[in-house]
Ligand binder design. Sequence first.
Ligand SMILES: [Zn+2]
Length: 117
Amino acid sequence: MVNKEDLRLEIPSYAYISLARRGMEKISLDQCFLRNCDNQNAELLEPFKKEEYEDDKIHTKEIYIKCKKCNGIFILKLDTIKKVAKSTKDKDAEPLSMGLVYALDENKNNLGHIGYF
Ligand SMILES: [Zn+2]
C-alpha cells in the first residue's frame, strides 16, 4: 500500500512559468489540470499512485492524482534533468538542477508543459 500523505509530499507546491522578459510567475500545483475542471482545492485532490524511472539523463516521477470534483484522473509528470551543463564562465558554480513538470491525462496524453520546479 502506498502512503497517500507521503505521495503528497512528492509533489512540489509550486511550478514556475517563464514570462519572457517579465520574470517568472509562480503557480500552484494544487489544482486539477483536466480540461473543464476548475478545482483548486487540495482537499479534493487525492494522489494515489507513483511511478518512478530514470535513464542516464532524466529522473522521472509520475504522480497519479484523482480529482474528487470532476472524478477524473490526471498525472503530474516531474522530470528532473540530472546533468545540466556547468557555466563555462564560472568553473566553481554548482551545476544547475532543473525540473520540468507536465500534466498528463489518465491515458498519458500530454495536457501540456506546466512549468519548472
Ligand atoms: Zn478535476
